[in-house]
Design a protein around this ligand. Structure first.
Ligand code: AQP
Length: 334
């Protein structure tokens, strides 16, 4: 009897900089847990990164660095397909077709588009606007069951589901309708300087984020400098105490302790002691990842071979869905 296929997971990160603690706790750390039970594809979405102007040499460097970071964080290259989006042209092809099924009104509502067009007012390009269609293509090409992402991606997953249903209603069962999978802890790590905004790797103020390649001493200092409030009580209250609540979330992600345990632990201590405990714990776990990362980056040949082989594996899966889609919409076979 044919073995039942495991459920499939698809997710990715843009190589638009060095990943932050937000990307780690909101995405990669959860992927590491999921890889045991699911059939996973983890992509480096370099085509998405082009929606904001990139320095070509940096994009190449950041793409390979992200492969090493995925592995250093614990993703198993034998178990998962880790690959570069632009190595699989099917993403761009399905993107075009799905663009023609997406309404302007739907894209106009996307919060990420609004935020990024404010941040990059000089370059509000069509790709930034249709970003969610490319993301839907990434996911739907692989007949994905679950998409583990941070809270900020919820709207994009909803659109992906709407597009899959819309297409299937016209042409029959072509796409699996995926579910979003948003972790409870780490779903939204906030900026250290403006804790009502999410932490982003391409933010201008380097004190607002912790990069996974920050020097451990710098991590401790950035946590010390994090914006808090004047109450001097470690209490979880995201609305009134967004800075402290964010640090509590970070500490909870490292230690697995819940908010009330953290409140009890620091009940009689001020913010100074709390911040230094969080900073030290964070520096320790990030530096363990950095050791593995540096080893991997010393063997670029290995990383390049891995992504080349995995691009073929991904392309094979993607081609099956794409052929079906092309036939359904009426393209002539070659
Ligand atoms: N602050 C965050 N908290 C929790 N999860 C986060 N993610 C991103 N920031 C946070 C999750 O990381 C995954 C990949 O994100 P991405 O790099 O593809 O896009 P992004 O969300 O636009 O990330 P950045 O860091 O903000 O990138 P830039 O600055 O280039 O725009 C997603 O699962 C996301 O939820």
């Amino acid at each position: 009897m044919e073995e039942q296929r495991k459920k499939r997971i698809y997710s990715g990160i843009q190589p638009s900089g060095i990943i932050t603690l937000g990307n780690y706790f909101g995405a990669v750390k959860n992927w590491v847990e999921l890889q045991e039970d699911y059939d996973c594809l983890f992509c480096i979405v370099d085509m998405h990164a082009l929606t904001v102007r990139q320095v070509p040499a940096d994009l190449r460097k950041n793409s390979l660095s992200l492969v090493a970071m995925y592995l250093a964080c614990g993703l198993d290259p034998e178990k998962n397909i880790i690959y570069i989006q632009s190595h699989v042209p099917a993403h761009a092809e399905l993107n075009w077709i799905l663009n023609t099924f997406t309404y302007m009104g739907e894209l106009n509502r996307m919060t990420q588009f609004k935020e990024k067009s404010q941040r990059h007012a000089e370059n509000i390009n069509a790709g930034l606007f249709t970003y969610p269609c490319l993301m839907a293509s990434d996911i739907l090409l692989y007949q994905t069951d679950l998409v583990p992402v941070g809270e900020d991606q919820r709207q994009h997953i909803e659109l992906t589901r709407d597009l899959a249903v819309r297409f299937n209603n016209i042409y029959g069962d072509v796409f699996k309708v995926p579910e979003g999978f948003i972790p409870k802890a780490g779903a939204r790590i906030m900026s250290l300087q403006e804790p009502t905004k999410k932490m982003s790797k391409s933010a201008e103020d380097a004190n607002s984020y912790i990069s996974m390649l920050d020097d451990p001493r710098n991590i401790v200092n950035k946590i010390k400098r994090a914006v808090t409030d004047s109450e001097a009580v470690v209490r979880f209250d995201p609305e009134n105490k967004p800075g402290i609540s964010n640090l509590m979330n970070i500490y909870s992600c490292i230690t697995g302790k819940d908010h009330s345990a953290i409140e009890a632990e620091f009940a009689s201590q001020g913010y100074g002691a709390f911040k230094s405990t969080v900073g030290e714990a964070l520096a320790e776990s990030v530096s363990a990842i950095q050791v593995k990362y540096n080893q991997l980056m010393n063997d670029k040949g290995y990383l390049e071979k891995l992504i080349s082989e995995n691009a073929d594996k991904a392309a094979y899966i993607a081609s099956k869905t794409l052929s079906k889609v092309k036939k359904k919409v009426g393209f002539l076979p070659k």
